[in-house]
Write a protein that binds this ligand. Structure first.
Ligand code: FE2
Ligand code: FE2
Length: 172
């Protein structure tokens, strides 16, 4: 029988026999998926220390920009598979932006458009962005004073590093 699950990172619900290996919304590893009955809403994060707040705001900028960039990449991708991949990446990064706004208790960010390039350049730029995000988030996780902020950055570091693993073989 299917059960009700919830992702501790993005707060989205999931119905399934088992917890998924990755959250279908934010990509967080399966260890963050819990029974819905055990979920305690962690938002907004109270009494944010200045560094944590600054790091979350910086992450929000990266996520909004990535959302916009991947939307453009979806439009220019040549294969159906790559279009689907960029659509999925766009949705995951949009979810990251959304979970950060909830932590900060600010309105959802407006997403506009951002330019991109040729299909191969877009793949290379995707790897660059994911590598940058992974580095920035690992540093933010290490610096984090608040346990919830640390948890967010540890999960996001993992998600973006999995994006690198997926994208890199496509660049050659
Ligand atoms: Fe999630
Ligand atoms: Fe992200």
């Amino acid at each position: 029988m299917i059960k009700v699950w919830k992702c501790r990172i993005c707060g989205n619900p999931y119905l399934g026999d088992e917890a998924p290996t990755q959250c279908p919304f934010c990509g967080a590893p399966g260890k963050y998926i819990i029974h819905a009955a055990e979920y305690v809403n962690p938002n907004p994060v109270k009494d944010l220390e200045e560094t944590d707040k600054k790091n979350l705001e910086e992450a929000l900028k990266l996520e909004v920009s990535a959302t916009q960039f991947y939307a453009c990449c979806e439009g220019t991708a040549e294969s159906g598979e790559d279009k689907t991949m960029f659509h999925a990446l766009m949705k995951v990064e949009r979810e990251h932006a959304s979970l950060i706004t909830k932590a900060l208790s600010i309105p959802e960010a407006e997403t506009g458009t951002e330019p991109c390039n040729s299909p191969l350049e877009n793949l290379k730029e995707s790897v660059r962005r994911e590598v940058h995000a992974t580095e920035v988030y690992a540093k933010s996780a290490a610096e984090a004073k608040d346990p919830r902020v640390k948890e967010i950055f540890q999960a996001l570091t993992r998600v973006e590093s999995e994006h690198i693993d997926m994208l890199k073989p496509k660049v050659g």
